[in-house]
Design a protein around this ligand. Structure first.
Ligand code: URA
Length: 258
């Protein structure tokens, strides 16, 4: 039988050893960090399988089950390619592990947000399902992420995320080149706050829409790296804190899913 190989991820089915679960950070440099956390929590060997463009993949094991970590790059288009190609190789459960800007006052840097559903401010997901179709997380993944956060004692919030294609206008950021936010997004943060949306990020609407539409399972956890109600800048320290907590929770949730 001919081996199934995928172009962008540069992976073949035989190399992923039957992995059904993948963790999806955006940043390729976060992939070995997550692999190290898996090794720390579950004590098994880790192996780099491929790195092409933004797509870097490691194979790990949790309780003898193979688990993948693949970076998606930033935003919906590159994330959609990762989901398509991983699904072709046999992966069925997709957990985004990212960073985020909180938009509700009480949420602090280092807290994590477990997304139940996303406001679809992206474009890629509309190529898979009409905008009326909900971007919702799989309940088993959501529950596992909650159990993971309880286990490692990281403060978590569960709720709705705004997921936008752009970091600057789509998140109503004024610290951009022109400082101009087009009319469509002026006042959008305030409206999302009123609608009890918790945070901004850039990939969850793609992950949740595509997985639901394809009959797969998707979830999302994000570490808070800035609270947008008080500032726009992300610092090195806030990034490190948000990242490590999201990674710890995501990794600890895997045992509740296998
Ligand atoms: N990641 C995002 O997409 N937005 C933020 O504000 C912070 C991290």
């Amino acid at each position: 039988m001919e081996e199934i190989c995928v172009y962008h991820l540069n992976l073949c089915k035989s190399s992923i050893k039957g992995s059904k679960i993948v963790l999806l950070p955006g940043d390729p440099f976060r992939v070995p960090e997550i692999a190290q956390e898996i090794k720390k929590q579950y004590g098994r060997e880790i192996k780099e399988l491929a790195w092409k463009r933004e797509y870097r993949t490691f194979l790990c094991h949790v309780n003898k089950k193979p688990i993948l970590i693949t970076s998606t790059g930033i935003g919906g288009p590159s994330t959609s390619i990762a989901i398509e190609e991983l699904a072709m190789l046999g992966v069925r459960l997709f957990i985004r592990v990212g960073t985020t800007g909180a938009i509700q006052k009480d949420i602090k840097v280092g807290d994590v947000i477990i997304t139940t559903g996303s406001v679809r401010l992206d474009g890629a997901s509309t190529h898979y399902a009409p905008i009326e179709y909900p971007a919702v997380a799989n309940h088993e993944i959501t529950n596992a992420l909650i159990e993971g956060a309880e286990k490692v004692r990281v403060k978590y919030y569960v709720g709705i995320t705004a997921s936008s294609d752009t970091f600057y206008p789509g998140h109503e950021r004024y610290d951009s080149f022109t400082k101009y936010v087009p009319k469509r997004f002026q006042g959008s943060m305030k409206e999302l706050q009123k609608l009890h949306v918790l945070n901004y990020e850039m990939e969850s609407s793609t992950v949740l829409t595509l997985t639901s539409a394809m009959g797969l399972k998707g979830g999302c956890i994000s570490g808070v790296v800035v609270n947008r109600t008080s500032r726009e800048k992300i610092t090195k320290e806030s990034l490190a804190l948000g990242e490590i907590n999201a990674v710890k929770v995501a990794v600890s949730s895997i045992e509740f899913l296998i």
